[in-house]
Design a protein around this ligand. Structure first.
Ligand SMILES: [Zn+2]
Ligand SMILES: [Zn+2]
Length: 159
């Protein structure tokens, strides 16, 4: 699946609720959390998030680590279910941005892969995209930042 073709990501209400619930529960107001959004494999420009994958991971207030065997387990699942990871989402205790570690260690090394950083350990209600940081992987540890107006074009949160 060529992730660089994606121009619109539909996020069903239940997917966002699951993501939010997971990040808040796992982070327990202290630690970062990471989840993946999966879709069916397709080369259509418009896709829908079909599942949330919460990997086994370590976390502190300033970082997370997903063990290699967990990434392996994810890839086996994707192959079996004919799904793809389109985005990683992780929380920060404060504002959202990409740290040097975030830049250097994308969980998936595919061009067009999306990274979403959610501020304040996902404790904000209200406007879902307020304060989010989103960027897109270009390869070779290079990312393209996506402006908030383009973020609002890219993601459609279903209600
Ligand atoms: Zn977590
Ligand atoms: Zn980070």
């Amino acid at each position: 699946m060529r992730l660089e073709l994606i121009r619109r990501v539909n996020v069903p209400q239940q997917i966002w609720q699951e993501t939010e619930f997971c990040m808040r529960k796992c982070g327990a107001k202290h630690n970062e959390c990471i989840v993946f959004w999966l879709s069916q494999q397709t080369d259509e420009p418009e896709i829908s998030v079909a599942a949330v994958w919460h990997p086994k991971h370590l976390a502190t207030a300033i970082g997370y680590d997903v063990p290699e065997d967990e990434i392996h387990r994810l890839h086996e699942y994707l192959y079996r279910e004919r799904k793809a990871v389109i985005a990683q989402l992780h929380t920060h205790p404060g504002s959202a941005f990409h740290s040097p570690t975030d830049d250097h260690w994308p969980m998936i090394h595919s061009r067009g892969f999306l990274s979403i950083v959610v501020p304040f350990l996902c404790s904000n209600g209200g406007d879902r995209l307020a304060g989010f940081f989103v960027c897109r992987y270009l390869g070779d540890a290079q990312w393209e930042d996506i402006s908030i107006s383009n973020v609002r074009e890219l993601f459609h949160f279903e209600r």
